[in-house]
Design a protein around this ligand. Structure first.
Ligand SMILES: Cc1cc2nc3c(=O)[nH]c(=O)nc-3n(C[C@H](O)[C@H](O)[C@H](O)COP(=O)(O)OP(=O)(O)OC[C@H]3O[C@@H](n4cnc5c(N)ncnc54)[C@H](O)[C@@H]3O)c2cc1C
Length: 385
């Protein structure tokens, strides 16, 4: 991207090397076995990438949305699963503690989360509250010295293997009476329920969080009571632009695989790259990838420059995610078509890329919810009649 700084270009190169050395050799096997690349994940701590958006004075890299999106794209081109776990850790948990935590919370949690000793996750979705996140029913009730937490979360990335969870819960009757708590593995009454077996993102563990009268001290609450809606929504916006980076990575990986195959594979005594229908798919895929890339990084850049606030941030991050997610699924499907029968097998990575790409049309808000956000902004009150 034309506006990447020297620091961002160096980061891109570092993550590219890391992904090729640590992720590429393992991903096919781990995807098949549904296992997490724990060793590679922890190495991200040595590279200083686990607190990418946290301020330097709090032990982070002090970088922004463009840098985080670059990291997602470079890792996502090779192994979208580990990248999804990385996103849940850095953007949904570590970034939030860095942005909203008290000095004591930052001191207690950030060093181990940033070094890779602890893995983090975020609990918002529930069995009865997905798209309607504010319909959650997990509840924290006041006690003399803190709160008792009851309820459960589902679809939590890093749920089965995480140590620290940034959890949203109701602390009052109204939809917006939402507070945040940091819940630690090992707390009495907290368990991590079942692990899901998934179609894609299979090397990123997804599971449930179960809270059965978890006694939380007052110091576990992040920010003021009943004040979490704004920070949850703001983080969803950042999640959407950075997760779009994973879609970019998947699309780029699929285009590279399809291009290499098209040059190599011969039918009718010619490389299939000489057939116009193959050329058309590759040309369209590459153009759509570049268009998405321009939108996603512009959104990230505007975020970093403080030009995206309030609804503008929600709309542009929704547009970036909607476009990138749909583009990546289409590109991965086209790559399968270009590889023919081989594309449909596990001999080549494009079928995994298609399975992984589909998740981004659902997680962090579905395509339909992205369209609702965009349409409401354009149509105003008329959209809700
Ligand atoms: C692999 C994976 C990882 C995830 N990681 C996390 C995580 O770490 N933390 C977390 O909190 N959550 C996580 N999620 C949850 C994710 O954010 C939700 O799955 C998502 O928001 C959709 O919610 P739902 O699955 O309950 O679908 P539902 O909300 O039940 O939606 C079902 C269908 O109805 C449509 N729909 C719903 N409302 C509307 C509407 N108003 N207009 C039009 N259509 C509508 C949806 O678009 C969808 O097609 C993860 C999910 C997956 C699959």
């Amino acid at each position: 991207m034309w506006f990447f700084s020297e620091e961002e270009k160096m980061l891109q190169d570092t993550v590219r090397q890391y992904a090729l050395a640590e992720l590429a050799p393992k991903i096919e096997h781990l995807d098949h076995e549904e296992k997490f690349n724990d060793a590679a994940f922890r190495k991200l701590g040595d590279l200083g990438l686990l607190g990418i958006t946290v301020k330097e004075e709090d032990g982070g890299a002090g970088l922004g949305a463009v840098a985080a999106t670059i990291a997602m794209e470079e890792m996502g081109a090779v192994d979208a699963s580990t990248t999804l776990s990385y996103l849940a850790h850095t953007i949904l948990c570590v970034n939030q503690i860095g942005a909203n935590g008290s000095p004591e919370q930052k001191k207690k949690y950030l060093p181990k989360l940033i070094s890779g000793e602890w893995i983090g996750g975020m609990g918002m979705s529930e069995p009865g509250a997905g798209s309607d996140a504010l319909g959650m029913t997990t509840k924290a009730t006041r006690t003399a010295d803190g709160y008792n937490l009851f309820g459960g979360k589902t679809w939590i990335t890093n749920g089965p293997n995480g140590d620290i969870f940034y959890v949203y819960a109701k602390t009052g009757e109204g939809k917006k009476n939402l507070s945040t708590f940091i819940v630690e593995r090992g707390m009495k009454g907290f368990s991590t329920g079942k692990k899901f077996s998934k179609m894609g993102m299979r090397a990123s563990p997804t599971g449930e969080l179960v809270f059965e009268d978890v006694k939380l001290p007052e110091s576990a609450r992040v920010g003021e009571e009943n004040s979490s809606v704004k920070m949850m929504m703001r983080n969803l916006d950042l999640e959407r632009v950075t997760i779009a980076g994973i879609s970019l990575g998947i699309a780029r990986g699929a285009i590279e695989a399809a291009t290499a195959y098209a040059k190599d594979r011969k039918q009718f005594n010619k490389p299939i790259a000489s057939f116009q229908q193959i050329q058309e798919r590759i040309a369209e895929a590459s153009t759509n990838y570049e268009a998405s890339r321009a939108l996603v990084y512009s959104c990230a850049k505007m975020w970093d420059e403080g030009k995206l606030v309030g609804k503008q941030a929600s709309v542009m991050s929704a547009q970036a995610k909607l476009h990138a997610a749909q583009m990546a699924t289409k590109v991965a499907l086209d790559a399968i078509q270009i590889l023919g029968g081989y594309g449909y097998t596990r001999e080549f990575p494009v079928e995994r890329m298609m399975r992984d790409a589909k998740l981004i049309e659902i997680g962090a808000g579905t395509n339909e919810i992205m369209r609702v956000i965009i349409a409401r902004q354009l149509l105003g009150e008329a959209a809700d009649q």
